[in-house]
Structure formats: C-alpha cells, structure tokens
Write a protein that binds this ligand. Sequence first.
Ligand SMILES: O=c1ccn([C@H]2C[C@H](O)[C@@H](COP(=O)(O)OP(=O)(O)OP(=O)(O)O)O2)c(=O)[nH]1
Length: 272
Amino acid sequence: MHKKMGIISGKDLIEQIENKDNDEKNKSLITCERWEKCQEKTDNGDIRGRECKECSSGLDWNNFNGWQVDLNLGKEAYITGNKSPTILDENNQYLTIEPGDFALLETEEDINVPSNLMGFISVRFKYKKMGLVNISGFHVDPGYKGKLIFSVYNAGPDDIIMKKGTPVFMIFFLTLTQDLSELEKDLRNDDEDYIPESLKEVINGKNNYFTDKDGFKSIPLELISMIQGSSVSLAKNNNRIEKLESSIKIYGSIAGGIIIALIGTLFAIGIR
Ligand SMILES: O=c1ccn([C@H]2C[C@H](O)[C@@H](COP(=O)(O)OP(=O)(O)OP(=O)(O)O)O2)c(=O)[nH]1
C-alpha cells in the first residue's frame, strides 16, 4: 500500500508541481507552454528551469488552491458548425460559445500524471452556472502526458464568453493503492501468482501497458471532423421559429394587402 493515500494536497502537491530536480522521467505534474519558454538548456544539454515571472515551475500560482489546481483555457478551440478551429492569441483573446453550441476546448497546461496517481477533472462552477455542460470524461489516467481536451455544450440562455489564459477548468489528484509501474514489473515476473494468466495474455509482453499514455498536443483533426455539422438545440430552434414567425407576419400582411386590393378592384369592376 502507498504510504500516504488520499487527495494530493499542500506540501505534497507543491512538491509534485515544483519537481525541483527537473528530472525528465518524473516531470512536473503540471507544466505550461509559457514555462517551457522559461526553461534553459545548460552546456551539458540538461534542461534547467529558472524562475519566470509569468509562471514559476509551470504553474500560475494564482491557480493553486491547496488541493486542486485551476487550468487555463489554451490557444485552440473548435465550435461546431465552424469551418476550422479558432486560434486565440494576443489580438483575439476571447471565445464566445453561443446557446446550443457544442465546442472542444484545450487546456493551456500539459499534465504529466505519474504512475501512482490519477486525476479528476471538471469545468469550473463559474462557467457551469451559466449553463456550460462538460460532456467529456472526468478522469485522467495514470501515466497521461499531454494537454486535456474538454467537449462542452452551452445549455444556458446566453452567450458564454471566456478568455485565453484564464482559469476555466480544474483538476485534483488521487493516489492509487498500487503504483502501476509495480504492476508492470509484476506482470513480467512469473513468480507473482496474483496475476491471472489471461491478463498476461492480454498484455502480451507489452512494456508500460498501463503507464504510458501519450496525451493530446492540440485538438486532433479527427475529433473536429466528427462534430463538424451544425448543432441542434432548443435555443437555436427557438431563434429559427422566431425568425419564421416574423417573416410570416411581414409576408402575411403584404399578401393580405394584395388580396384586399384585388377584392376592391373586382368589386369596383362589378359595380361598373
Ligand atoms: O474530458 C476528458 C477526459 C479525458 N481526457 C484525457 C485524459 C485521459 O487519460 C485520456 C483518455 O480518457 P478515457 O480513458 O476516458 O478515454 P478512452 O476513449 O476510454 O481512452 P483512450 O483514448 O485511451 O482509448 O483522455 C481528456 O483530455 N478530456
């Protein structure tokens, strides 16, 4: 059993994020693009992190809440119905998700989950209470390395506006009762009789079956093409019905006018 079980918090969480040794294998739990820019290569090729005003150790500490960490909106997003993803940058910092829109959003940070932890993820309540629903999953696998992608839906009545580089999501980490790298070792060790033979067959000698999970670098094209059509929603249908109603009113009164004029003309001809 792991010595300390539970939600990683306080000193343990800071140490996991800081990764003072800058050990490539045990990377910082959370890194961000801005932090990577802050890293320097030393003469012997080692990567050395240096204090950087924007985010020391990969994390904007404003996002640190003791036991959970907020994650920022990244630079790429895709809204259903658009031809291509939206790229957010200095000149285009805001993303608007209209009622009934379905969207894919990425985190600014990379998550590097070690083999003895797993993560729970969510959209922050600040956005949920406006009607933003997180459609996608709620966990991050042990060994996952990459950005997270959230598929969301605006079920609220109004536009939801969010800004690049501000906290939109959150994550917290939990310890596993067994480090999965130990399980990997046991799987290769014939003396461990707790492992079913049929499980060994499934793994079939593959290394790091449970602990190597290459994550997202950006929003994959196949995810975008899966949801490219326009989304259908009550809010959007309501808009269409309102437009239809006003067109009917306009064309109806024009048609009514023409009919009355026609009847008047016929009547006048009849009298003569
Ligand atoms: O909303 C989510 C949920 C998960 N993930 C990442 C972390 C997770 O470790 C990985 C795989 O998630 P999951 O195991 O739920 O997806 P899958 O489709 O079952 O797995 P795979 O992609 O391994 O086939 O995707 C996200 O980026 N966003």
